[in-house]
Design a protein around this ligand. Structure first.
Ligand SMILES: [Mg+2]
Length: 381
């Protein structure tokens, strides 16, 4: 079998799909994208296609090595996301070639259903109560929200109180049998994180995510010791090597994105590295159906998997959503907040190709908001 053609599709709200075709008629789908930078990733995929066309699609590991390392310069969000989406498509083809789901090729299932959490925003504290109630009524056992909006580097007492008020409200609605996770989103300075974490501990978040920006990783050992809250991070890390220092610092949950960190192949290795440190895998995934389906394949076969992010109802996807691009929504139907394992071959997702092609004709130019502090300086989003 040989790869004959690669096509990319820019699909709202902010995604990019790749379709890999073979001379035996098998087709694989991937989602090579980094949010807000879809066009450069598309260009990177086109460059990698020069190498892939004519190759045997089943030699995934060798292609991963060449695509990742063969250009001498390596790493970073653009290249790693291009490789990630192509890796997903190659696993999709391999599964379809053998008539088995990818998780069976990775060693078989260790679980039959995957717990997922739902987003409840958090930029507007007043909306938290209704949002959390809505998701628990929909059956979710866990939600995630932002810990704050724009935050000054040394937070005022009012900013601290606003963060605590969100969390208190969420815990009140959830009761003690459900979980919430709090995303600091890199908006919180190391000093603010040291102040907030001990105050949040009594509300027992499942984890606090991106307690500081990736470039402030040197602060992680202090933050791990600042409270008993498990710390999570990883959506802005792109390879197993980048996870080593945070794990050594005591991070409890790793959150690589299957469309940013080298795909299924690298996510498996990041999970294995985390297992050495007793840490759990909770993949980042505010993306589309291929990225979610690929994440689920890893979850089904990874012992130290914790919980899956997914984009349904996420507050910043306005023009389109995950189910717009699938011919069969069944694999994405939630059962009491869980997604069920199936024996569908490949990634187990049935892409609506006509919908994807139509979406590409409209395209998108999604960019994240640029926030500013009251004095005009840049603020983290
Ligand atoms: Mg996050």
């Amino acid at each position: 079998m040989r790869i004959t053609r690669l096509e990319t599709f820019l699909a709202p709200p902010r995604w990019l799909f790749v379709r890999v075709e073979t001379d035996e008629g098998l087709v694989g789908w991937g989602e090579p994208v980094v949010e807000g930078r879809a066009e450069p990733v598309r260009a990177a995929v086109e460059v990698l296609a020069e190498y892939l066309v004519g190759q045997d699609p089943l030699r995934i590991e060798d292609h991963w090595q060449v695509m990742t390392k063969g250009g001498f310069y390596r790493g970073g969000p653009v290249l790693s996301s291009a490789v990630a989406g192509l890796d997903q498509a190659l696993w999709d083809i391999k599964g379809k070639a053998y008539g088995r789901p990818v998780h069976q090729l990775l060693g078989g299932p260790v679980r039959d259903r995957v717990r997922a959490y739902a987003w409840v925003g958090g930029d507007e504290p007043g909306a938290i109560r209704d949002a959390v109630a809505g998701q628990t009524e929909a059956g979710f056992t866990a939600v995630k929200m932002n810990g704050s909006g724009r935050m000054t580097p040394l937070a005022t007492r009012a900013e601290v109180r606003a963060c605590l008020a969100r969390v208190e409200t969420a815990r009140e609605v959830l009761g003690e049998g459900r979980d919430f996770a709090l995303d600091f989103h890199g908006r919180v300075s190391p000093a603010n994180a040291r102040r907030l974490l001990p105050l949040l501990a009594e509300y027992a978040p499942m984890f606090v995510e991106e307690p500081v920006l990736p470039e402030h990783a040197h602060a992680l050992p202090d933050l791990v010791n600042a409270s008993n809250i498990p710390l999570a991070l990883g959506e802005r890390l792109f390879s197993r090597g980048e996870f080593l220092a945070p794990l050594q610092a005591g991070v409890a949950v790793v959150q690589p994105d299957i469309s940013h960190a080298g795909g299924i192949s690298e996510l498996r290795r990041i999970a294995a590295l985390a297992e050495v440190y007793g840490a759990q895998l909770a993949p980042h995934c505010p993306l589309g159906p291929v990225a979610l389906a690929a994440s689920l394949q890893v979850a089904f076969t990874t012992p130290n998997f914790l919980i899956q992010e997914q984009s349904t109802g996420i507050h910043y996807n306005e023009d389109a959503e995950l189910l717009d691009y699938v011919a069969d929504p069944e694999p994405f139907r939630f059962h009491a907040g869980h997604l069920l394992r199936t024996e569908r071959p490949g990634l187990g997702v049935d892409i609506d190709e006509a919908a994807v092609r139509a979406a590409d004709r409209a395209g998108h130019a999604w960019r994240n908001p640029v926030w500013r502090h009251p004095d005009g300086t840049f603020a983290e989003w």
